[in-house]
Ligand binder design. Structure first.
Ligand code: SF4
Length: 396
């Protein structure tokens, strides 16, 4: 099926560095990210993280993004964040203009802390607002109020952050279009550069998943979720936000020639995942990808600390993606983005002819209005976006 093996040549794009801070004040019932609430392990974790950075230096990679996610990285004070950035700079070749993002929970910050983060070298924030509505926040088990979220956004701007993203969640049981529009309105009022709007999902293993399985809660019906998705696209486009991935929107400036500048406001780090760029993940449960190899750390802070104390990398597994697996991944990742699969790049990378190979699938999906095919792109329509997983599966 494959005429060349160009997809195994080293990927020369700048890499992304992800650091997983595995601590939260309290677990949210919908979340399946790995984290613990025992803060007593912060110092030992920091020592282990520093060892991991020193042990995984890679002179072949340069990085233009560093993303501290979690968990809740903002449970760490500015001095600790500064130490992480400083050690990362000593261990890896991080370009001077790198995007350095910190995820923030509004229930853990103050103006002084934002000032400190700014001085530590963080130049982008991602604030987990999720909702401004007290009923939704309670349902989501968040530790903050809508007022705390407002305060966090205001303080971040006061501290001089000019690149800020807000995360919102919708599709919450009993949520109305009116209440979701209010969340969107409050979010755009502060003019963040970036918005991520995620549909609430019920991930296996979470308390929310169990509540649904055992009939204690009724998810919002699919037609209503679709309506909220359409509402999101319409409202954000009207307010100058350009969708570039199913859940992600970048703010454009309005100039004489219309909307522009949205590219600059995209999350450069998250783009790495969708563009097949190399990335290294540090910290418990973090994943790394150096094509065609994917590997990941153990999801256990104590084991992570023990392994690194013993000068051992805390790896839990690895796989080498075959050409077929890489191709499936390229289709899935391409379809997530509004620009879709770039057919000439796809054909060159895999030594195939996309349009011939998937002729029948494309015809069916086009006739149902779920994808759009042009000379060089194959992209989901807005009607197809909510069915990404099942549509991508048809290409296998
Ligand atoms: S959603 Fe964020 S704050 Fe809540 S448990 Fe998950 S990582 Fe922690």
């Amino acid at each position: 099926m494959f005429q060349n093996s160009s997809c195994f040549t080293p990927n020369l794009q700048p890499a992304g560095l992800y650091i997983h801070i595995p601590f939260c004040v309290k677990k949210c019932p919908y979340c399946d990210f790995y984290s613990i609430t025992d803060g007593s392990l912060h110092p030992a974790f920091m020592n282990a993280l520093i060892s991991e950075m020193r042990m995984t230096r890679d002179p072949n990679l340069t990085f233009d993004t560093l993303y501290m996610g979690g968990g809740t990285p903002s449970v760490l004070d500015a001095k600790t964040i500064e130490k992480i950035i400083e050690t990362a700079r000593q261990s890896y070749e991080i370009l001077s203009h790198a995007e350095i993002t910190l995820e923030v929970n509004p229930g853990t910050v103050s103006l002084k802390q934002f000032d400190g983060y700014r001085c530590s070298g963080v130049n982008r924030l991602n604030i987990g607002v999720q909702s401004f509505d007290p009923v939704n926040l309670q349902f989501l088990g968040r530790i903050h109020s809508g007022r705390d979220a407002h305060a966090a956004v205001t303080w971040a701007q006061k501290a001089g952050f000019e690149n800020m993203g807000l995360d919102l969640i919708y599709g919450i049981p009993n949520q109305t279009k009116k209440s979701w529009l209010m969340d969107l309105k409050l979010a755009v009022e502060s003019e963040p550069q970036h918005l991520s709007c995620y549909i609430l999902s019920f991930e296996p293993g979470t308390p929310l998943y169990r509540d649904r399985q055992e009939g204690r809660l009724k998810p919002l019906a699919e037609p209503q979720v679709c309506e909220l998705f359409e509402t999101t696209l319409e409202f954000l486009s009207h307010h100058g936000y350009v969708q570039y991935e199913i859940s992600n929107f970048a703010r454009a400036r309005t100039g004489s020639s219309g909307l522009k500048g949205a590219e600059r406001n995209r999350s450069r780090h998250n783009m790495k995942y969708w563009k097949f760029a190399p990335y290294i993940g540090l910290g418990p449960s973090a994943h790394s990808f150096l094509e065609p190899r994917r590997y990941w750390n153990c999801a256990d802070v104590e084991k992570y600390i023990q392994d690194l104390d013993a000068d051992k990398l805390p790896l839990a597994g690895e796989e080498r993606l075959s050409m077929e697996q890489l191709m499936i991944e390229a289709i899935y990742l391409g379809l997530r983005q509004t620009k879709g699969i770039l057919i000439d790049i796809f054909d060159k990378k895999f030594g195939v002819t996309f349009k011939t190979m998937f002729k029948d699938t494309i015809a069916v999906l086009e006739s149902k209005g779920l994808i759009e095919l042009s000379q060089n792109r194959c992209a989901l329509t807005s009607g197809g976006m909510l069915y990404l997983d099942s549509i991508a599966a048809l290409f296998t």
